[in-house]
Design a protein around this ligand. Structure first.
Ligand code: NPW
Ligand code: ADP
Ligand code: K
Length: 502
C-alpha cells in the first residue's frame, strides 16, 4: 500500500531533524541528482555531456534543485539554472556556480532568446519552482511563463526533454491534489521523505509521472492521509472462500437494477457480481438477467449485500421502491448497500458507512446540489477529493467517486485514490460492472464490515483496483467493452491472489 502524509506532517517530521542539524537538503539533493543521472543514462547512454535545465523558484524547493544541479555539473553535465526570483537559495546558487553551472534570470513577460535556447536544448528539465510551500493559486510570477513552453517541448513526440518534478509538480495543492493553474507535467517526480496526497489525488496525480521516494531519514508520526492500494494488498482484502464454506457463507448479493429503458445495466451489474466470485446473485427486476446468466436466482430472499440503482430510471416506481427498501435495511439490518446511478437520489438524510455511493462527477454534483450546495460537474472534476469528502460528511456514506483516478472517502479518515484502469475503461456500462464487483466483495466480507466502519472504503478501493486491472487484462493497450471487463475479472482476481486459497 502506498501511504501519503500531508504537508504539515512532513514538515513536523523534518523539524526535529533540522533542529539537530541533519543535512536534509543535502540528502534530498543527492538523491535527486542520483535519480536524474540514472534517467539520463537510460535515455542517452551517458551522464557526461548531457544538458540539464533547472527551473528555480524562491524557496527550498529551488535550493534542492540548485544543489542537485551542482552535483550533476560535477559529473560532467552542462547545467543551466533559470532563476525566477531575484534571490534564489543562496547556498544552492553558490554551489552551482562553483561547480561551473550557468545562471540565467527569467524576467516577467516574453522569454529572452537564451532562456528559450536553453529549454530547447535540454535533455532533462528539473522543475524546482515550488514544492511543499506552494500556496493556492498556481505558479505566479516569471515561473508561470515557463510552464507553457515546457508543455510545448514535451509535446514534441519523442524529442522533448525528460521533465523531473522536484518533490512535487510545481503549483499543485499538496494536500488536496488541486491544480489552480497550469502545472508542469513531469515524467518522473522525485519526492523526499514521504509521498504526499497530491502524488495520488486527481487532477495533480496526472502531472506526477513515475513516483520515486528518496529516504532522507524522516520518521512520519500520526495517521497517513490518502492511501493507494497496490496489487500486493489484494490477498489481505479479497474474500477468498474457505475449504468448508458453502454458498451462503460466501455471500449473496441482491441486485436491484435495470428498467425497460436500460435493461443492459442489470445484466452488467450481475456480471460484475458473478465474475467476482459471489455465492449467489438474487435479481429483482424485469431485465433479461436470467437469460444472460442462468446462475442468477430471480426474486427476493436473504442477502448479505445489495447493489441498487444501475439502469433504474426516474419513473420506475417499482424498482425505486425496492432500492429505497434496500437502503433502509442498511440502517435497520446492517446489510451493506452499493448505491449507484438511478438510486443516488433515494438516500435518506443520513446513512451508515456500509452504504457505499458510487457516483461519477456529474452524479456527485447533482447529489451535493440536492443537499444545498450549488456544485457543478466541473467543480467536482477540479477538486474530486474535496467533493467526495463533502459528500461523505453530508450523508455519512462511504463515497467512491469514479474518474480517471477513483477517489474513496469513508469515516475516521479512511481515504484511497486508485489509478488502475486505462482510459479505454471510460465506456458505457463500466460503472455497472464496478458496482457488481463491489457488491460481491461487500457480501463476501459482510461480517467484517459490520465490525469495522472503515472496511467498506478499503473494499471500494479494492473493487476499483480489480476493475481497472481487469480493463487492462481484457485487451492490453486497446478498446474494451464493459462486458469484456466483467469477463476479465475472474482471471484478474486469480492473478492477484497468486493462486492462493484459504
Ligand atoms: N525543510 C527542509 O529543510 C527541507 C525541505 N525540502 C525542500 O523544500 C521544499 C519546501 O521549501 P519551502 O518551504 O521553502 O517552499 P517552496 O516549495 O520552495 O516554496 C516557497 C517559495 O515559493 C513562493 N511561492 C509560494 N506560492 C507561490 C505561488 N503560487 N507562485 C509563486 N511563488 C510562490 C514563496 O514566496 P512568497 O510568495 O512566500 O513570497 C517562497 O519563495 C520542499 O518541497 C522540498 O523540496 C527538502 O530539501 C528536504 C528538507
Ligand atoms: N480517463 C479514465 N481513465 C481510466 N478510467 C476511467 C477514465 N474515465 C472514467 N474511468 C472509469 O470508467 C468507469 C466509468 O463508469 P461510469 O461513468 O459509471 O459509466 P456507466 O455509468 O456508463 O457505467 C469508472 O470505473 C471510471 O472510474
Ligand atoms: K517542484
Amino acid at each position: 500500500m502506498l501511504l501519503t502524509w500531508d504537508a504539515a506532517a512532513v514538515r513536523a517530521a523534518e523539524e526535529p531533524l533540522l533542529r539537530d542539524g541533519a543535512p536534509l537538503m543535502a540528502r534530498a539533493a543527492t538523491g535527486l541528482a542520483h535519480h536524474v543521472a540514472r534517467l539520463l543514462r537510460g535515455a542517452r547512454g551517458a551522464v557526461r555531456g548531457a544538458h540539464a535545465v533547472l527551473l528555480v523558484g524562491g524557496g527550498n524547493n529551488g535550493g534542492d534543485t540548485l544543489h542537485a544541479g551542482a552535483l550533476l555539473a560535477r559529473r560532467g553535465v552542462r547545467v543551466t539554472a533559470l532563476t525566477t526570483v531575484a534571490h534564489p537559495h543562496a547556498e544552492g546558487l553558490a554551489a552551482l556556480r562553483t561547480a561551473g553551472g550557468r545562471v540565467l534570470p527569467v524576467p516577467d513577460g516574453d522569454l529572452p532568446a537564451p532562456v528559450r535556447d536553453a529549454l530547447d536544448g535540454a535533455d532533462v528539465v528539473l522543475d524546482g519552482l515550488l514544492g511543499l510551500g506552494a500556496r493556492r493559486g498556481g505558479v505566479r510570477g516569471p515561473g508561470a511563463g515557463l510552464v507553457a513552453p515546457l508543455a510545448d517541448l514535451r509535446g514534441r513526440a519523442g524529442a522533448g526533454p525528460l521533465v523531473v518534478a522536484v518533490d512535487l509538480p510545481s503549483g499543485v495543492g499538496v494536500d488536496d491534489g488541486t491544480c489552480a493553474g497550469p502545472v508542469p507535467v513531469a515524467d518522473v517526480t522525485v519526492t523526499f521523505g514521504a509521498p504526499q496526497p497530491a502524488h495520488v489525488l486527481p487532477p495533480a496525480a496526472g502531472a506526477v509521472g513515475d513516483l520515486v521516494v528518496v529516504d532522507i531519514g524522516l520518521d512520519l508520526a500520526g495517521p497517513p492521509a490518502v492511501a493507494r492500494l497496490e496489487a500486493a494488498d489484494v490477498v489481505d482484502l479479497w474474500p477468498v472462500p474457505s475449504a468448508s464454506g458453502h454458498k451462503y457463507v460466501r455471500g449473496v448479493v441482491g441486485v436491484v437494477a435495470g428498467s425497460a429503458a436500460y435493461p443492459g445495466a442489470a445484466v452488467l451489474a450481475t456480471s460484475g457480481a458473478l465474475r467476482a466470485g459471489v455465492g449467489m446473485v438474487r435479481y429483482l427486476g424485469d431485465a433479461p438477467v436470467v437469460a444472460a446468466h442462468p446462475e442468477v436466482v430471480a426474486g427476493p430472499g436473504r442477502v448479505q449485500a445489495w447493489v441498487v440503482g444501475p439502469g433504474v430510471g426516474p419513473d420506475d416506481d417499482v424498482q425505486r421502491s425496492r432500492a429505497r427498501d434496500a437502503v433502509a435495511r442498511a440502517g435497520s439490518h446492517g446489510e451493506p448497500v452499493v448505491v449507484d446511478a438511478g438510486a443516488l437520489d433515494l438516500l435518506p438524510p443520513h446513512v451508515p458507512p456500509h452504504v457505499v455511493l458510487t457516483p461519477h462527477a456529474g452524479e456527485l454534483a447533482t447529489l451535493l446540489t440536492a443537499r444545498g450546495a450549488a456544485v457543478s460537474r466541473a467543480d467536482v472534476e477540479a477538486s474530486p477529493w474535496e467533493h467526495a469528502r463533502r459528500a461523505h460528511e453530508a450523508t455519512g456514506a462511504t463515497v467512491l467517486l469514479k474518474g480517471p483516478v477513483t477517489v474513496v472517502v469513508g469515516p475516521h479518515g479512511a481515504a484511497y485514490a486508485q489509478a488502475d484502469g486505462p482510459p479505454w475503461l471510460a465506456t458505457a456500462g463500466a460503472g455497472d460492472v464496478l458496482a457488481g464487483v463491489l457488491g460481491a466483495v461487500l457480501a463476501g466480507r459482510a461480517a467484517d464490515v459490520a465490525a469495522d466502519p472503515t472496511l467498506p472504503a478499503a473494499l471500494a478501493a479494492l473493487a476499483a483496483l480489480v476493475h481497472g486491472r481487469a480493463a487492462h487484462a481484457a485487451n492490453p493497450g486497446g478498446p474494451v467493452t464493459a462486458s469484456a471487463v466483467a469477463d476479465a475479472v475472474p482471471a484478474t482476481v486469480a492473478a492477484l491472489l497468486g493462486g492462493t486459497a484459504r
